[in-house]
Design a protein around this ligand. Sequence first.
Ligand code: SF4
Ligand code: SF4
Ligand code: SF4
Length: 300
Amino acid sequence: MPSKSEMIRINERIERSGGVINERDPNFSTVRLRLPGGSITPEQISAIGRISRRFGISSLHITTRQTIEIAHVEKGKIPSLILAMEKIGIGLGAEHEEVVNITTCPGTERCRLANIATGEILGKLDRIHFGKGMPIRVRIAVSACPNGCTSERLSEIGITGLRVPIRNEGKCTGCGTCAHTCKETAIITVNGRFTLDKNKCMECGMCIDSCPFHIIQGTIPHYLITVGGRRGRHPQLGRELIRVSSEDAAVEIVSRVVDWIYRYAYSGKILTDQMDAMDFSGFQTRIIREFGEDGTESPA
Ligand code: SF4
Ligand code: SF4
Ligand code: SF4
């Protein structure tokens, strides 16, 4: 049993966050865990299983936001369950008007298509923002390339890793491998030479690694930050805010976006629908003025 002071702390946490979700049957709740980026050790996952068994739980649910939900927990057992999870290093998740579980793809650590590493940026964003009380629910997602495995462009704040190809047409043998690789048909033949159509290029970087003669160079990776995406009934892509080339700048800009939402968003309204009223354009101008790098910022 939790001590009295632990009960007070845990009950405050339950009241503040949306990590405990009421079920149809009012006697039961679903407990959502905090799992930044969906990362968990084998020891923790075994322990979650053992603890769940001990509490008579028969079903766990892996969510789309890379967390685990423990379903059908009797109300009276929730504080003890949360305490048991804390002892194995797993905190209570979030789902209210707050910054909820931050999602990432594996990035350069594992994915051969990745343009950026995601482990450190995830750790920083989670430490700074997870569970922060907000007027609206804020989802932050990071994908290391435009394939968008975390659907970051459909999140309130998205980060996408990009690399721009730099072609040396003078050295090109015309083998066509890069054109065949590009899913956007952005490498086209002009006067018998392969040329980049910048309007079609998504800056995924795939052609850079495809050239057997290593003729295509890539810029240093960029972090594209988007704001105001949404899922649900009327999905919409987030608007491009800025591109920057350092992880620290990306983290700082996300903090500015979170602060901007905190100050100017109304509750009860999806961010996408109130960005103009919040003067997104003026906010973007200030961000570009402060963080813009030649050739990397998005057009206002
Ligand atoms: S978003 Fe890109 S880098 Fe990340 S897992 Fe998907 S394909 Fe790989
Ligand atoms: S970076 Fe991607 S979209 Fe652009 S030309 Fe290369 S493969 Fe095509
Ligand atoms: S893969 Fe390399 S050599 Fe072949 S067409 Fe593309 S740039 Fe030229």
